[in-house]
Design a protein around this ligand. Structure first.
Ligand code: FES
Length: 291
């Protein structure tokens, strides 16, 4: 139990720590990685340069117009408008690159950092909360107190009971398993409604070994074919219904089910024994009592 608690505590602390650490690493990597747009042309600057270049070309053309060669003027017909030669693009003009604004870059980085810090904190808190809840929820009990699968198949259990004329004992469930044949099924169903379906399906009744008087383990008496408690003499028939002694009720039992031929006894779900006076089998003592 202590080992399980320590493991759960370690997991509860380790998961958020790993997540937060991972987010920090991602954030630092993002800050260190160069921006993809660093060094590229600013579209606004490109437009501005283009406009400036066109204006220069127009100005040059305007300056060249009056200085047209005399031969050209001579060959021009009266009224003919001079058509300027198309400007030759300056393919060797150097590309103008605009470096990113360091202020904007800084703002962008801070924005990314802030978002990552918020996301990291949220995820960390979420993981911490989940781990805490998981830590607080107890795992289903293993062994007695939880569901116990009786390893001996039901068919073999019933055969053993018939052959030995004694109930089958399942120590891991602290339970006696006895054949159950009620004299009146309607009364039996009313008496044991919580487990009646499983009783009908299997034909057996699981009885908690603990005496409902003061808790002694109740053994089976082979001669009387009853359960008889050595501590104060309480007696119960084979169905665990009280027949004598100081016990306040019949023997308690557990909810159970049949799974692939195996009995699964839920020792976490106790069904209180029937009240004094209950007798669903009519079984009388078949021999001398043990107590
Ligand atoms: S503990 Fe069984 S009769 Fe008292």
């Amino acid at each position: 139990m202590l080992a399980e608690t320590n493991t759960a505590a370690i997991v509860g602390i380790a998961i958020p720590a790993v997540i937060i650490l991972g987010l920090i690493v991602i954030g630092v990597s993002a800050l260190k990685s160069p921006r993809k747009d660093v060094g590229s042309l600013d579209p606004r600057a490109v437009k501005k340069d283009e406009a400036r270049r066109r204006a220069d070309e127009a100005r040059k053309l305007a300056e060249q117009e009056p200085a047209a060669p005399a031969s050209a003027l001579a060959t021009r017909e009266p009224g003919e408008v001079a058509v300027p030669e198309a400007p030759v693009p300056d393919v060797y003009a150097p590309e103008i690159t605009v470096p990113p604004d360091p202020v904007e870059v800084g703002i962008e980085r801070r924005r990314v950092l802030n978002r990552m810090a918020i996301a990291g904190s949220g995820l960390g808190l979420l993981a911490l909360g989940g781990a805490s809840v998981a830590f607080l929820i107890p795992p289903p009990p293993k062994g007695f107190g939880g569901k116990i699968v009786v390893s001996t198949p039901l068919d073999e259990i019933k055969a053993s009971i018939e052959d030995n004329q004694t109930p089958f004992y399942a120590p891991e469930a602290k339970t006696w398993i006895e054949l159950y044949e009620p004299s009146d099924e309607a009364i039996a169903e009313t008496t044991y409604p919580a487990i009646w379906g499983a009783v009908q399906e299997t034909g057996v009744m699981p009885l908690y070994q603990k005496c409902p008087h003061l808790g002694c383990k109740v053994p089976f008496c082979d001669t009387s074919q009853w359960f008889e408690c050595p501590c104060h003499g309480s007696q119960y028939n084979a169905a665990g219904e009280k027949k004598g002694g100081p016990a306040p009720r019949g023997m308690d039992r557990f909810e159970f089910e049949l799974d692939n031929g195996l009995l699964v006894i839920d020792t976490g779900k106790l069904v209180e024994g029937p009240p004094v006076g209950t007798d669903t089998t009519g079984q009388v003592a078949e021999g001398p009592h043990c107590v």
